[in-house]
Design a protein around this ligand. Structure first.
Ligand code: THG
Length: 642
């Protein structure tokens, strides 16, 4: 009667999920269906009275009292509850499913997935609204920033994204402005009538109907919001004022999706897949096959120490963590569950799930509230398995690493790598409708450190494939497991080859690399000769004899040079030493040098002259493209530590 277009039904809130926990799921279904039927009848009555203004029913879902990310309930138990509830709502005739008041992004994801399952069971599909709740802290209760929630929700392909509850419209403004600019879906906003005041134990809301209406209109006109409404504390008077204020306004069209802006997210924050400067760094050390230390911690089930290794990689400059716990004879589902349950809440980086097993993959995706990266899809076992992985990527809104491997094995020539990439693109984008920008093609490389005649050109083929894939498949990205290029070489030459090869790959268009950021040497630190010898090896230049022998001969002695250079640190005056540490991003042991400086300078003098001078150099190196972002971050970390 107040003039709303949409009326929500089913404020059982948590109860259907609770009912399911007590194994009386039929009640969740029956109650929801009954409530939807009643609301449907009311809405239809209004529509019959004025056919020019159809009234709609939104089936309300959430928030429940249980947060999946915090382990209050399992993903599957929560999903079962939501399926029963939503099936009832849809069978009872709702026009929309409105997932709302979400405190936990993983719960929102669970509800969206449940909604799709319920639509199949009910034989009827309706649009999905997904609304999160941002607290006065500026994030969801579990800690998710809106900037991280949005890409994760859009990847789930919901129809409307929005926010409701917790705040009044005044405190929502900045968030609404962000949604209005960034969301490619329609946007809904249902504020409370201000922040509640506690009056003798009763929540009291002070925002007037006129104020709600004024903000609501501004949300539509100034920020491009498509749906406005009211949550806690709003009365029919509020809705009446709001309905009058926005009547006749046309929602602004939403901006199109932009491939360059594609992101993956953790439960907390978002990371853009295209980093400037490249690459997106995917930390390689949380891999039981790639790190002896991580493997031993896994075998000892030292879960907390594994979290520490993940955190170390954050400090070293990783943007995403590759996680692999595959170990013959162990239960990979259990191991990944133990690890990711911790990583997902204790580490702020998005996760790249590195597994070949479908059951492991799905178990992992049920633990990650954000938009994860799946590593990987390939065609080794034919298209059937690839189809299943694409389906999982769509269902859980994940991005996908695709290896250029087909039924004949790993593609070796650049042309074959591009051909396999095209085939996977056709399946993932053509058949499954995944957005091209969610694909990261990995053209894989064999080592060029073995001396085998047939693998001498492996590095060249992979570089050509990087450029070839980007040219052939617009919008997609490329990724490389960098350390593979140097398997078999000694540690120091490996570091050199990896670092120089990374630079060559970036020059050909590489977007992302799985690597150990702490072991990458910025090429500006290498001598002309170091670079020439390494490039001769990469490009298989034989004019001056065998490039592999020349490379190995040169860098075996270079190890000693590098070691000697470290011993020289103390030969520098204290000011130079500290400045160099900032530029080099080396914080371990910096306290010794700071103590020495403190005998000569006041703390603020050290910061403002010596340390900031180092950061200025970092800024110049970065500005002129000689230093890549991870090293800038290491310098900043060192600055902070100091
Ligand atoms: N492409 C994709 N995923 C991948 C790979 C790839 N995942 C696994 C692997 N390859 C990338 N990860 C690593 C991790 C570590 C090493 C190499 C690749 C590595 N480790 C040292 C070693 O084995 O000598 C360090 C050992 C240690 O610390 O104990 O080289 O190509 N999509």
């Amino acid at each position: 009667e107040a003039g709303a277009d949409v009326v929500e039904t089913n404020s059982f809130g948590s109860s259907p999920v609770v009912l399911v926990e007590y194994a009386i799921a039929d009640r969740a279904h029956a109650l929801s269906k009954r409530s939807a039927e009643l609301a449907r009848r009311v809405a239809d009555d209004f529509t019959a009275r004025d056919r020019s203004r159809p009234r709609f029913v939104a089936g309300s879902v959430g928030p429940t009292t249980k947060l999946v990310s915090l382990g209050h309930i399992s993903f599957d138990d929560q999903r079962r509850g939501f399926v029963e509830q939503i099936r009832g709502l849809v069978e009872g005739g709702v026009d929309l499913i409105q997932i709302e008041t979400s405190q936990d992004l993983l719960q929102t994801k669970c509800a969206v997935i449940a909604a799709r399952e319920a639509f199949r069971l009910a034989g009827r599909e309706v649009p999905i609204i997904a609304q999160v709740t941002i607290e006065t802290t500026g994030a969801m209760l579990v800690g998710t920033e809106l900037g991280a929630a949005l890409p994760a929700l859009e990847a789930l392909d919901v129809d409307v994204v929005g926010m409701n509850c917790a705040l009044g419209p005044d405190l929502m403004q900045e968030h609404v402005r962000f949604l209005g600019q960034a969301a490619t879906r329609w946007v809904s906003v249902l504020p409370n009538a201000g922040l509640p005041r506690n009056v003798g134990g009763v929540a009291t809301y002070d925002l007037s109907p006129e104020d709600l209406a004024r903000f609501g209109k501004s949300f539509v006109v100034d920020f491009g919001v498509s749906m406005v409404g009211g949550c806690c504390g709003t009365t029919p008077e509020h809705i009446r004022a709001l309905a009058e204020a926005v009547r006749g306004l046309t929602p602004r069209p939403r901006p199109a999706r932009e491939a360059e802006k594609a992101q993956v997210t953790s439960l907390y924050s978002a990371v853009t897949l295209t980093q400037d400067p490249a690459p997106l760094i995917v930390g390689e050390r949380t891999n039981a096959n790639g790190s002896k230390k991580f493997r031993e911690l896994l075998l000892n089930e030292s879960w907390e120490a594994m979290v520490e290794m993940a955190k170390d990689q954050v400090h070293e400059g990783a943007h995403v963590l590759d996680v692999c716990t595959a170990y013959v004879g162990r239960d990979e589902v259990r191991d990944m569950t133990e690890v990711l349950r911790r990583f997902s809440t204790q580490v702020a980086l998005p996760i790249c799930v590195d597994t070949t097993q479908l059951d492991v993959l799905e178990a992992c995706l049920k633990l990650l509230g954000g938009r994860a990266l799946i590593n990987s899809i390939n065609l080794e076992d034919g298209e059937g398995k690839a189809d299943r992985i694409c389906e999982l990527a769509r269902t859980y809104g994940a991005a996908l690493v695709a290896l250029t491997i087909d039924e004949q094995g790993m593609a070796k020539s650049a042309a074959r790598k591009v051909e396999v990439a095209r085939r996977i693109h056709e399946i993932a984008v053509g058949r499954w409708g995944l957005p091209p920008e969610a694909l990261l093609f990995d053209p894989l490389t064999f080592t060029i450190g073995s001396g085998d005649e047939e693998s001498r050109r492996a590095g060249i083929e992979t570089l050509d494939a990087i450029a070839g894939i980007k040219a052939a498949l617009p919008g997609v990205r490329t990724l490389l497991g960098l350390s593979n290029i140097s398997f078999g070489l000694k540690p120091y030459p490996r570091q050199i080859l990896n670092s120089v090869y990374l630079n060559e790959a970036i020059a050909r268009g590489l977007d992302a690399a799985i690597l150990n950021a702490a072991k990458i040497i910025p090429v500006h630190k290498l001598s002309e000769e170091d670079l020439r010898l390494t490039r001769d090896l990469i490009f298989d230049r034989r004019e001056a004899g065998d490039p592999l022998f020349a490379f190995m001969g040169h860098f075996e002695s270079a190890t000693q040079v590098a070691a000697a250079a470290q011993g020289d640190e103390l030969a520098l005056p204290i000011e130079e030493r500290l400045k160099k540490r900032i530029v080099d991003g080396k914080k371990l042991g910096i306290d010794k040098h700071l103590d020495e400086a403190l005998t000569k300078y006041k703390p603020l003098e050290i910061i403002n002259t010596i340390l900031l001078d180092g950061m200025k150099t970092v800024g110049e190196l970065f500005g002129s493209g000689q230093m890549q972002l991870p090293f800038v971050l290491q310098s900043a970390e060192t600055m902070k530590a100091a």
